[in-house]
Design a protein. Structure first.
Length: 72
């Protein structure tokens, strides 16, 4: 779980994306097996950055909650 949280760090975006692309092209790619961890990391990262794809009222509410979390 800690790895999933750390995977939301935008400074690792391109390196993690490169790893996933590389593994997904391999013949032995198995998201339910050996590649489960990298897939879980990417799912967490995508969920983290997906806020801007949501309708504005939902995006705004999540942003407000994020500001409260950061302030606390």
């Amino acid at each position: 779980m800690i790895g999933c949280i750390l995977a939301t760090d935008m400074s690792k975006h391109f390196s993690e994306l490169g790893k996933l692309k590389s593994r997904s092209m391999a013949e032995d790619f198995n998201p339910a097996g050996n590649d489960k961890e990298i897939c879980m990391h990417m799912v967490f990262h995508l969920a983290d950055v997906s806020n801007v794809c949501k309708p504005f009222d939902i995006c705004q509410k999540w942003t407000e909650l994020l500001y409260v979390e950061f302030f606390d």
